[in-house]
Design a protein around this ligand. Structure first.
Ligand code: ADP
Length: 488
């Protein structure tokens, strides 16, 4: 079942329930009011009979045989000349004594329960609804009591056919049912139309998304509806999603191209060296040494790249990091020592060196700082300088690498930390990086609840920094070998 049909059905069912409640409520309220009216009529007539009885209008007469009779007087009959109400006088044993002429030849016996009425029931009486000759009739029976000795001398039964009540209720029921059916039909139609209108933007969205899938063109965007509503937000979100997917695919495509190129270069160089050795290079000691040195360098480059990829893959898979106290000042010294052999013609030095300790993975932090240092040396021409610094600032440890190198264009700055991004294809290619170094730096900083920043001026140099939260005082006091871990 389509969502539109489901929506229509749910809406109609709820409306039907509301109609049912309203219909039942109306029916029972009207029914109650009509029966109360009938009861009032019967009570009023009964009071009238009793008044006439008390005024002597219904005199008990003893026949010569000693039987007690009650007769309706003519005045009383005139009062009761209402075709809707029938009055009957019964003996206490249930025998009909007299009745108003509008009863005709119909029989309307006293209900047996009425024979049990005593003088105390004068006020309430006994009422009953029966079907006589296919006609529903409501009767109210009350005892006639002689004042003085409180003796029940007879019973008066006032009856009223319920034809008009039944007719009114029948018409009301028919109206409620037919009205509800029409209302439900209209609601169903309206709900279908509304659901169609409401879901039209989703249909359009689906069609466009399908078009994008079919055309495999992530550069397409879904047209944004003009009204500021949920659909506009949904469309914007989908467009954002498409933009991110496009970005991801572009990056990935570039990554595959870059990695294959980066892999091809050292492998081709190694193959060339192997051919040299094969073609007699082994007999020439100098040539052999040169080939081995070349191959070692290329192998090192391959290992470095594979390590970088592995690290990023691990961080994507949320592999846990070590969490230990790391003295950053000794780490800076260590990195300085490792970078010194690479600083050919570049003045490598240590700037500020505060004593700062953080909690984290020492190896990863060292690798991040090494990446920054290697980059700085790579992109700084001979005669320039690279400065490693460690400062404690605003509750953070700031590890920075400043160089006086070629710098980075402002348009490139926002992207340098992106994975596989190379600011300038030609110069990076020469340096041999695959655009992974800075993304590792960023990832490591974030894994330590810190962040990485860059400031650069083309032609004048760049400063990269890793900001890490300081270790808490109690961590420093405890200073125990911790086996806790943090997630990348
Ligand atoms: P790569 O391995 O290609 O160096 P990185 O992620 O380390 O990749 O760096 C991304 C890009 O940022 C590099 O291609 C380079 O152009 C630029 N870059 C990084 N560090 C520096 C720097 N110190 N000076 C100038 N450009 C830099």
């Amino acid at each position: 079942m389509s969502f539109r049909a489901r929506l229509t059905l749910i809406y109609t069912v709820f409306f039907a329930l509301a109609l049912l409640l309203l219909g039942c409520g109306t029916y029972f309220a009207v029914r109650q009011a009509l029966y109360a009216g009938v009861q009032r009529e019967l009570s009023a007539a009964t009071s009238q009979v009793r008044a006439i009885f008390n005024a002597g209008g219904l005199e008990p007469i003893r026949t010569p045989t000693g039987e007690l009779r009650l007769f309706l007087r003519v005045e009383f009959i005139q009062i009761f000349n209402n075709p809707n109400l029938v009055a009957q006088i019964f003996r206490t044993d249930g025998e009909l004594l007299d009745s108003t002429p509008n009863l005709g030849n119909r029989e309307l016996p006293l209900p047996p329960e009425a024979l049990l009425l005593g003088p105390e029931d004068v006020g309430t009486g006994y009422s009953v609804v029966r079907e006589v000759g296919g006609l529903r009739i409501e009767s109210l029976v009350t005892p006639l009591v002689l004042s003085g000795n409180e003796q029940v001398v007879g019973l008066v039964q006032i009856s009223r056919p319920l034809r008009d009540v039944d007719l009114t209720l029948g018409v009301l029921t028919a109206m409620l049912i037919s009205g509800s059916a029409i209302a439900l039909l209209l609601t169903g139609l309206g709900a279908t139309l509304i659901a169609g209108r409401v879901l039209r933007p989703i249909d359009e969205l689906t069609r466009t998304a399908q078009g994008i899938v079919n055309a495999e063109d992530l550069a397409q965007r879904v047209p944004v509806p003009p009204h500021q509503d949920e659909f506009q937000r949904l469309t914007i979100t989908i467009n954002d999603l498409l933009a991110r997917l496009e970005d991801l695919f572009t990056t990935q495509r570039r990554f595959v191209a870059d990695v294959s190129h980066e892999l091809r270069t050292p492998l081709a160089a190694m193959q060339g060296n192997l051919e040299v050795l094969d073609r007699g290079g082994l007999r020439d000691a100098e040539l052999a040494t040169e080939a081995v040195i070349d191959m070692r360098r290329e192998t090192g480059r391959l290992i470095r790249m594979v390590n970088d990829l592995l690290l990023l893959a691990q961080s994507d898979a949320h592999v846990e990091l070590r969490c230990e106290l790391v003295e950053l000042d000794t780490l800076v010294l260590e990195v300085y020592r490792e970078l010194r052999p690479l600083a050919q013609g570049v003045h490598l030095r240590i700037g500020n060196e505060d004593q700062v300790t953080v909690k984290g993975d020492r190896d990863r932090l060292k690798q991040a700082l090494l990446n920054l240092g290697v980059n700085a040396l790579q992109y700084t021409p001979q005669g320039g300088s690279v400065t490693l610094s460690l400062e404690q600032r605003d509750g953070f440890a700031c590890l920075s690498v400043a160089d006086t190198g070629i710098g980075i264009e402002e348009t490139e700055l926002a992207h340098v930390f992106a994975r596989f991004y190379r600011a300038d294809q030609s110069r990076s290619r020469h340096s041999g990086g695959a655009g992974l170094g800075l993304s590792i730096v960023k990832r490591v900083a974030e894994a330590h609840q810190g962040y990485a920043t860059v400031a650069s001026q083309p032609g004048r140099g760049s400063t990269f920094a890793i900001w890490l939260p300081l270790a808490m005082q109690h961590d420093l006091v405890e200073a125990r070998p911790v086996d806790e871990t943090v997630q990348v």
